[in-house]
Design a protein around this ligand. Structure first.
Ligand code: MEV
Length: 419
């Protein structure tokens, strides 16, 4: 993979061909790989992915530049319909690289499967019996996926939980599975189903649910970056940032929006790599309640020199093998652009991007607000809606911005004047 620099100024000013050339050169793409970005999803592929297919739905894919993660330069494909997100991530990465970029690390890729047991007479005894048969249960689970085991993965541990519920006590068995480079849902669900009869036999109970948990709190990724105090406006700016962040740390109303900003970045990369963004979303939001109240997935503080330090921690159930990530042609090229070899490599980029996105949003909010940035693209969209084409789009948008009047009727008037 390339050692080329991901640092680019004014990437947005380049025309499409120049942007594509940069990506081709950075990631050593072939012409065929590059051409994939200008094509829609082939009907036959789409038809194999889901049911009742009538076509495909396109959203833009942009490239976030300037990222440095664990010492390596990265450019990041982001599939999103929201304006300002890609630019904001690139700006945050540019600031972060002044202090060495992002450092990120992952736990082992351990997913949790749940098997729910009901109608057990001696629930404490049943729990003990399950733990006494841990070895046999793990052997049975691992017999379901010899390939995963041959790669060093497989079922590693069993836990039991006794839960009170409105319908009586239930015993929930957790199986911990190292899924290596897969998202892991299929492997874990197969193992859960395979263990059910043995668990019923051991406990005398009835199995109801057998399914993976999206609260993947044994598959955690962390990223960290230092944002240069002077670059972001000095002590006062750092304090303003920390005041803004503090609300997210104590108030679920703000934390939900703060975390939404994180997911703006994360989801866009999850989608670009053909992963399941609902799995990541549910895991992230559930994890955000880990201290008893829904809170921020990031935390910020000052280092001894007064620079702003940001950290993020979240569960990350994603894969680089299996599923759409191996089928969708754009997802395959996106993985090449990212230069990743393992699911953990991807998770580290995901977490760094989430932190960058969050820093950018909170920084904007604690200074000029986010509307300024949003309005630029919004003005262009309004100009297009008014019928502007080519150069007219920028002229109409600029005029509306200078008048602080970004409205369809005004766009139409300006366009008429230009014409
Ligand atoms: C908008 O999509 C995301 C933000 O609201 C995030 C935040 O408030 O931190 C800007």
């Amino acid at each position: 993979m390339t050692n080329k620099s991901s640092k680019v100024s004014g990437f947005y000013k380049l025309d499409l061909d120049k942007r594509l050339d940069f990506v081709k050169d950075f990631a050593d793409l072939t012409k065929e790989e590059l051409d994939i970005f200008s094509k829609g999803l082939d009907f036959e592929i789409a038809d194999r992915m889901i049911e009742n297919v009538i076509g495909s739905f396109e959203i833009p894919i942009g490239i976030a530049v300037n990222f440095q993660i664990n010492g390596k330069d990265k450019i990041i494909p982001m599939a999103t319909e929201e304006s300002s997100v890609v630019a904001a991530a690139s700006n945050a990465a540019k600031i972060a690289r002044l202090k060495g970029g992002f450092t990120a690390e992952c736990s082992d890729p351990i997913m949790i499967g749940q098997i729910q047991l009901l109608n057990i007479k001696d629930i404490a005894g049943a729990a003990e019996k399950i733990l006494d048969h841990k070895k046999q249960l793990l052997e049975l689970a691992n017999a379901q996926d010899k390939v995963l085991v041959s790669f060093g993965g497989g079922a590693k541990d069993i836990e039991v939980r006794i839960l009170d519920s409105p319908i009586g006590k239930m015993l929930v068995t957790h199986i911990h599975v190292d899924v290596r480079d897969a998202m892991g849902a299929n492997a874990v669900n197969t193992m859960c189903e395979a263990l059910a009869p043995m668990l019923e036999e051991l406990t005398g109970g009835h199995v109801r649910l057998k399914i993976l948990s999206n609260l993947a709190n044994k598959r955690i990724v962390r990223a960290k970056a230092v944002f240069d105090k002077d670059k972001i406006g000095g002590d006062k700016a750092v304090d303003a940032f920390l005041e803004s962040y503090t609300l997210a740390s104590i108030d679920p109303y703000r934390a939900a929006t703060h975390n939404k900003g994180i997911m703006n970045g994360i989801d866009s990369l999850i989608i670009a790599t053909g992963n399941d963004f609902r799995a990541i979303e549910s895991g992230a939001h559930a994890y955000a309640t880990k201290n008893g109240q829904y809170s921020s997935l990031t935390k910020y503080y000052k280092d001894q020199d007064g620079n702003l330090v940001g950290e993020i921690e979240l569960p990350i159930a994603l894969g680089i093998v299996g599923g759409a990530s191996n089928i969708h042609p754009k997802a395959k090229v996106c993985k090449k652009i990212l230069g990743i070899k393992t699911a953990n490599d991807l998770a580290e980029i995901v977490a760094s991007l989430g932190l960058a996105q969050n820093f950018a949003a909170v920084f904007a909010l604690s200074t000029v607000g986010i509307q300024k940035g949003h309005m630029s693209l919004h003005a262009k969209n309004i100009a297009v809606m008014a019928g502007a084409t080519g150069e007219q789009i920028d002229r109409v948008a600029e005029q509306m911005k200078s008048e602080n009047k970004i409205k369809l009727d005004r766009a139409k008037e300006i366009l008429a004047e230009i014409k």
